[in-house]
Design a protein around this ligand. Structure first.
Ligand code: SF4
Ligand code: SF4
Length: 65
């Protein structure tokens, strides 16, 4: 269970990274990615994925993988 960033929709704004409770979002060369091994979909801690809530592009950019 993990979220995934659609690269074509991501503007590299960085808003998602600091809100992730499991530090699963990394950026390299302006590309933001979610580590599927550590992403919990925020299941235990929040009502909805925090990265998705923070992303200006919303559901077109961060999806359930
Ligand atoms: S769903 Fe939650 S745990 Fe997964 S990347 Fe987004 S903020 Fe982090
Ligand atoms: S918040 Fe959305 S647009 Fe901004 S870096 Fe994260 S995935 Fe990309």
């Amino acid at each position: 269970m993990a979220m995934k960033i659609i690269q074509a929709e991501c503007t590299s704004c960085g808003d998602c990274k600091p809100v992730c409770p499991t530090n699963s979002i990394t950026s390299k060369g302006g590309m933001y990615r979610i580590n599927a091994d550590t992403c919990t979909e925020c299941d235990d801690q929040f009502d909805s994925p925090r990265c998705l809530d923070a992303c200006p592009a919303g559901e077109s950019c961060i999806v359930f993988a």
